[in-house]
Design a protein around this ligand. Structure first.
Ligand code: SF4
Length: 374
């Protein structure tokens, strides 16, 4: 029997089933109760279109059928533990899952679209040295339903607070998505085919899990890939991302070439710029070389300080601009991205980190302004 978080101890979480599996489970359920087949479609509409929070919301079903659904299945919604809202509109949720685990998601409004950044794991085992989530260590894998539930709950909150509809989803929150492939790939299907989010509006981020990149490349949908590169040379990269030792740059680039050649798939390089660590202008050339090989767009992001690396500072704006123009001169498209939600401490994982401090006060506490339980 499946013991993933989606299955739960007794009742499957319908939020984590891809549309085909959802339809099959519901058809079998209603058939066993002598109900017409269209009931399955009714429930699917309640889940995908109305984003119903409970079976009781499904008011065009007879009361007895709502009760039977609740006995057979779950809609496992997270509870908002807190939300920190930035002056720039960025809203970071800390969600408490059914077993008490904590994960974060972030809504990022821009004039053109609303983007949701969601988590794929509670904590993370990758231990990247510039990352707050890495510092807190690994909690557990999220189930597909728990990933999708962040989207549903965030959309509900966004509508209630005048943010409108989520147009883009990025798997750039807590965790390494490609280290939780089964649940992440199932959640991609649910978001894409169930909730109608176009594949090109969904970006999966990775620090370089090669088998996961190859799996994503083999999929028919054009989900986007963001590689957390952060350094164009293996030795330097290994100081920032321990996974570099397992999947070194040459192997990683081979996987990216396969992804690029799969057709119509976009790759972005994320490059967090840390003063005196990875912002030497001599790195522009090798960075441009890697990006050109796979036609990647480069996002240059000033480092967001974290308490566990007290000596690290963001590169100055001039250096970011030097990298951007240097890349452009070498034919590589690049942009400087200001981190959003600075005043609520945008470093991914800090809300959870602080919640963990409540349990273990000997951990250093990250400052998070504007916390409330809106
Ligand atoms: S950067 Fe991503 S992969 Fe690395 S520790 Fe942080 S959450 Fe994990």
């Amino acid at each position: 029997m499946d013991r993933s978080p989606d299955a739960g101890p007794d009742r499957p979480d319908l939020l984590g089933l891809d549309p085909d599996a959802l339809s099959a489970a519901l058809r079998a359920h209603f058939e066993s109760r002598g109900q017409p087949e269209y009931r399955a479609r009714q429930v699917a509409r309640w889940i995908y279109e109305a984003r119903a929070e409970s079976f009781d919301d499904m008011t065009d079903l007879p009361a007895a059928e709502r009760g039977a659904l609740a006995e057979a299945f779950e809609l496992r919604e997270p509870r908002a533990e807190s939300v920190a809202r930035s002056a720039d509109g960025t809203a970071k949720h800390l969600w408490r899952l059914a077993d008490g685990e904590l994960v974060e998601s972030v809504l990022i409004p821009t004039p053109r679209r609303l983007t949701l950044c969601l988590s794929s794991q509670a904590g993370c085992a990758m231990g990247c040295t510039f990352c707050a989530t890495g510092w807190t260590g690994f909690g557990r894998q999220l189930g597909a339903g728990e990933i999708v539930a962040q989207y549903r709950a965030s959309q509900r909150w966004a509508e209630a607070h005048g943010y409108g509809r989520i147009g883009n989803v990025v798997y750039m929150g807590m965790g390494e998505p490609l280290a939780n492939r089964r649940a992440v790939f199932a959640s991609l299907e649910v978001l894409n085919r169930g909730y109608g989010l176009g594949a090109r509006r969904i970006t999966v981020s990775t620090v370089g899990v090669v088998p996961g990149i190859l799996e994503l490349a083999a999929r028919p949908e054009q989900f986007r890939l963001a590689l957390s590169l952060h350094a164009p040379l293996s030795e330097l990269r290994a100081r920032l991302i321990p996974l570099e030792r397992r999947y070194p740059l040459p192997e990683l680039m081979e996987a990216l070439r396969r992804f690029d050649q799969a057709g119509g798939k976009r790759i972005t390089f994320e490059y967090t710029m840390i003063a005196g660590v990875n912002d030497d202008p001599a790195l522009i050339d090798p960075l441009a070389g890697l990006a050109a090989e796979v036609d990647a767009f480069v996002n240059l992001i000033p480092f967001n300080p974290i308490p566990w690396q007290p000596d690290w500072r963001p590169s100055p704006a001039k250096r970011l601009e030097q990298f951007r123009s240097g890349l452009e001169r070498r034919g590589v498209s690049a942009a400087v991205r200001e981190p959003r939600g600075r005043d609520i401490d945008a470093a991914c994982g800090q809300l959870r980190a602080n919640a963990l401090v409540e349990l273990d006060p000997s951990r250093p506490r990250a400052r998070v302004a504007g916390e409330s339980s809106d």
